[in-house]
Ligand binder design. Structure first.
Ligand code: MN
Length: 352
């Protein structure tokens, strides 16, 4: 890839940022980059860094670092080059004297439109916690955005802002965190970006209720070793049987995220120690036909709990999520949630 970039741009890796290379790598995992696009992405780096050159973030860092992070995140989410470039330029209309016309002529009308959409969204401000308000807000968001990619850019923007929020005044932190929890996370969920939803909720909880978050983190960290052992013990008979049936699989345990543990403690009025399903086992297989065979195997080994079985493969969730969930008892009477899905479904459920 390095030599490819060099032959296109005519200069060495020392002369462009690491993040630029990362984006090109994500765009072209097969190391066969399109010359025009490499040039355009590089141009966005130069254009953006000049446009934002005078600005600093609250942390004191150059502002453009934020814009680049948004571009990199979009490339990790496998978006197209126009969206990635619009991500790099997403704050130029709002925060610099760059105009839509300039973006159109320097890049293309598509990119200009995406950046314009992101700027329009920033104008809408969420104020109430009420469910219905959040619902209306989401609808308004979607209609103003007009193009789903605008929302995705906004997601990457919000994610980076949440990760670097500690430099803002306390009041502002709380306002942004609540908006993230009440609007952005549900919206991510609705669009099937489950991993993002979790990340946004945990980041919000850390701001809104830091002592709860720290407490949970400590407890989860200290019980990790014990949990890993438990998961290993629990999954080994499953793995062994899958092997006998020559079903290729990957099994791993997954701790539930802080925010959902917190919600469960509140809604069921339980202590941390009383929560049985803090974590789940996920079984990833290659073929969708095997999902049901694996389910049968799991139920042969562990007794299922009747009403906790959910087949989201036969009837996918409204956001497209497909997986089989079941909760079973071990011989000792401990409960464990088990998720079964294919590799493709797993990626889809994480990235959306
Ligand atoms: Mn921004």
């Amino acid at each position: 890839m390095l030599s490819n970039i060099k032959s296109i741009l005519g200069f060495d890796s020392k002369e462009y940022p690491k993040q630029f290379e990362k984006i090109i790598n994500n765009l072209y995992p097969d190391s066969n980059p399109d010359e025009e696009i490499v040039k355009k992405v590089h141009k966005a780096f130069e254009f953006g860094s000049i446009a934002h050159s005078e600005q600093l973030r609250s942390s004191g860092e150059p502002y453009f670092i934020h814009c680049v992070s948004v571009g990199v995140k979009l490339s990790e989410w496998c978006l197209d080059s126009d969206t990635i470039i619009a991500g790099i330029l997403h704050d130029t209309l709002e925060d610099t004297d760059v105009s839509i016309k300039i973006l159109e002529s320097e890049f293309n009308p598509e990119i200009a439109k995406l950046v314009e959409g992101v700027s329009k969204l920033s104008g809408i401000r969420f104020r109430s916690r009420e469910q219905k308000q959040a619902e209306n807000f989401m609808k308004m968001f979607l209609s103003v955005a007009n193009d789903i990619r605008v929302i995705i850019i906004k997601f990457a923007d919000r994610l980076h802002n949440m990760k670097t929020i500690e430099h803002l005044p306390r009041i502002k932190q709380r306002r942004i965190a609540k908006e993230t929890r009440d609007v952005f996370a549900p919206l991510a969920h609705r669009l099937g970006m489950y991993e993002l939803k979790i990340e946004l909720e945990d980041l919000s909880l850390k701001v809104i209720n830091k002592s709860v978050y720290d407490n949970l983190k400590k407890k989860i960290d200290t019980t990790r070793k014990q949990r890993d052992k438990y998961i290993e013990k629990f999954s080994s008979p499953i793995l062994q049987t899958l092997d006998e049936y020559s079903i290729e699989s990957k099994v791993y345990g997954r701790a539930k995220h802080y925010y959902s543990i917190y919600n469960k403690m509140i809604s069921q009025n339980l202590d941390f120690e009383q929560l049985y399903d803090l974590f789940a086992i996920r079984i990833i297989i290659n073929k969708i036909e095997d999902c049901y065979a694996v389910l049968g195997i799991v139920h042969q080994i562990y007794k299922p709990i009747q009403d906790r079985f959910k087949d989201y493969i036969a009837t996918p969730k409204s956001n497209g999520y497909q997986s089989i969930h079941t909760t079973v008892f071990s011989s000792k009477g401990e409960m464990m949630e088990i998720q079964i899905r294919t590799k493709t479904l797993d990626e889809l459920a994480e990235i959306g």
